[in-house]
Design a protein around this ligand. Sequence first.
Ligand SMILES: Cc1cc2nc3c(=O)[nH]c(=O)nc-3n(C[C@H](O)[C@H](O)[C@H](O)COP(=O)(O)OP(=O)(O)OC[C@H]3O[C@@H](n4cnc5c(N)ncnc54)[C@H](O)[C@@H]3O)c2cc1C
Length: 515
Amino acid sequence: MPKYDIVVVGAGNAGLSAALQCQLAGRKTLLIEKHNVPGGAATSFVRGRFEIEPSLHELCDFGPADNPGDVRNILDAYGVKLDWYECKDCFRIVSRYSDGSPMDVTMPAGIEAFIDKMEVYVPGSREKMEQLFALFQEVLDGISYITASKGHADSKVLQADYPNMLRTGAYSTKKVFDALKLPKKCQDILSTYWSYLGVDMEHLAFIHYAAMVHKYISRSAYIPAHTSHQLSTAMTERFRELGGDVWFGCRAEEFLFRGDRLCGVRTNLGVIDCDYVLANINPDIIYGKMMPKELIPEREKKLSAARGRIMGGRMFTAYFCLDASPEQLGIQDYSIFLSSTADSAEEYRRIMGGTKTNDYSIFLCYNIANPDFSPKGTCVCSFTTFGAPDEWGRLSQEDYFKFKTDFAKKFLRNLKAKTGIDLTGHIEEMEIASPWTFARFLGVPEGSVYGYETRDWDGMMARMMMLGTDYPIKGLRPVGAAGPRGDGYSATIICGQLMAANALKDLKEWEGGNK
Ligand SMILES: Cc1cc2nc3c(=O)[nH]c(=O)nc-3n(C[C@H](O)[C@H](O)[C@H](O)COP(=O)(O)OP(=O)(O)OC[C@H]3O[C@@H](n4cnc5c(N)ncnc54)[C@H](O)[C@@H]3O)c2cc1C
């Protein structure tokens, strides 16, 4: 077998991004993927005459050509080209405010438009909203500085230039909102995005919230014209064009070491020699199953889910392919967040209580953003929520089909009750993906597609500042949703690039004799 400088294991967003970065830097890079298609969660599947998007609702930080976000810049630098659609509004939420009054709110993209609309729903909120957006901007600038410093940020620069980011960095989003004295109704509306990060506002690290929400609002959200499969195939093809090798159907089973330094990967297709591995795999699996225990430092063991971190969102999604157009069905919004209450901590408790108490879902109609998403006169919709780990862990194989189908039916009833939209009688194809599906397809523990919860004590700032200390195993770094940037398309694409840059730096140092 040929020897590679770098093997990237797993062709999810992070793995693809890492592979492109390594190959562009001139390193002989091999990308291996256990499936016969790239993308991980960024893929598609076909039922009847429909192609279904399994994960992507909307990608933030891409932006229009005249206001590009980091992801557009990264894809441009890689030379990855594809067609995109903008998802115009930010969201509609149908719920109840924390004081129990009914809530049906639609928020537009664009900072000014967002603040203006908030003023309509919550008169007198403008000044506080402007302060919040100024804070968001400082956080984003601070993150850019920390990212550029590759784990060696100067604390004096941080204190001088980004004092409010430091002040808010270890706090939950709720605490920062309260400190800013944001009106309660504003907080309720602003908490809509909590589920994109999978942590309720009382525990969600403010820095993650700020980074993601500012990007969605300031640059709008985008989706590829032909599902996220188009994104992953475009990245794979570009990697090949640059001279990279891709092996599908190749599963990494064990990482091999000479002394304390990685020297290869054992796979189902044989042993591959290499100097470095970037693994698009949850660290709990890497450390728990794929390498010698004696090489794992105590600190890494403490950071594992078994000892400290909390596994993030375990997804449940029901996909419906309908024989009627959105207009015929009365669907006008791209995404509608449906919940019992805008109090995210209460909502999270209900989700963790299991399918009986969980009324939370994000309803999506892809054809609103992309009218050509499915054959004329049809549309594709989905409902996404989270599973409670205990419940799905206890479920027997015999009960599985009925259990997941009953849960999916509950979403249809909720949608009808809350919006009047009735999909029953129009379902031509349907599919349900449970935490079991995601665990099996992606190999993520408990179906947790989001990696570890980005809680206040384990947020982006802590993770980014510790980049030089975390992942101390020589020649092996995990990449992906469990990494410093957390979950999501843009976060994992950025994470892949960031971790690849660190790997390239390590290799250069070792080659210079500084081992
Ligand atoms: C229903 C749903 C909705 C979502 N909505 C959004 C959204 O709207 N916006 C957004 O930004 N994000 C969204 N996400 C989150 C986003 O999809 C994920 O955070 C992101 O795709 C994770 O990427 P990743 O690189 O961590 O890896 P993954 O997608 O988990 O890919 C890992 C890859 O590694 C491969 N692999 C694993 N082990 C091995 C091995 N041993 N050998 C070889 N290959 C291996 C897997 O097969 C897989 O291809 C959603 C996710 C889901 C499930």
